[in-house]
Design a protein around this ligand. Structure first.
Ligand code: FES
Ligand code: FES
Length: 182
């Protein structure tokens, strides 16, 4: 297998340059090279979204990406955020504050085994990031959540609590819902 050079930023930290097998998935790279195991392998074929991470686009917006079906070469030069990068940490790397989405999932008892949770955290974070630029009408909040997260699979069937938690975050964060309806 051919090796390719790779440099990227993961959770704000520079990684590389390193040489990796060109067919290594981003998921395997996170697990095997960086020991970041919060991103979970579910189906491995791009269906369940358990492995969703975030990639920062050039305009600063966040794109949810399935790390199981994308080889590492696609991420050369990219800025990637995994679930480990969601919480705020102090200089020693200790978590000092969870993100609003993480707090809401805990408050709502959204997850059971937790296997799908990292994917839901990142998918919901991308939605909230988009709504900061494109606020949604109040009556369309539920639709927006279903569109963003409807393809995430939770085998423990926590959908109602996940969706309720995300709705809470959207409705309690100023600027995400259009004022005066449409
Ligand atoms: S593990 Fe990647 S989509 Fe299921
Ligand atoms: S909490 Fe178990 S798969 Fe979602």
């Amino acid at each position: 297998m051919a090796k390719i050079p790779l440099s990227l930023v993961v959770n704000g930290e520079k990684v590389g340059p390193v040489e990796v097998d060109e067919y290594t998935s981003l998921l395997d790279f996170l697990h095997e090279f960086l020991n970041l195991t919060g991103t979970k392998l579910g189906c491995g074929i791009g269906v369940c979204r358990a492995c969703t991470i975030l990639v920062e686009r050039e305009n600063g917006s966040l794109e949810p990406v399935r790390s199981c079906i994308n080889n590492i070469g696609r991420f050369n030069g990219a800025k990637v955020t995994t679930v480990e990068g969601q919480a705020e940490r102090n200089a020693d790397g200790e978590i000092v504050a969870l993100s609003a989405v993480q707090e809401a999932f805990l408050r709502n008892f959204s997850f059971q085994c937790g296997w799908c949770t990292a994917g839901f955290v990142n998918g919901a974070t991308a939605l909230i990031d988009r709504l900061k630029r494109e606020p949604v009408a109040a009556e369309n909040v539920t639709n927006a959540i279903e569109e963003a997260l409807g393809e995430h699979i939770c085998r423990c069937t926590g959908y109602v609590r996940y969706f309720r938690a995300v709705k809470e975050v959207i409705e309690s964060t100023p600027g995400l819902v259009k004022e005066g309806g449409r």
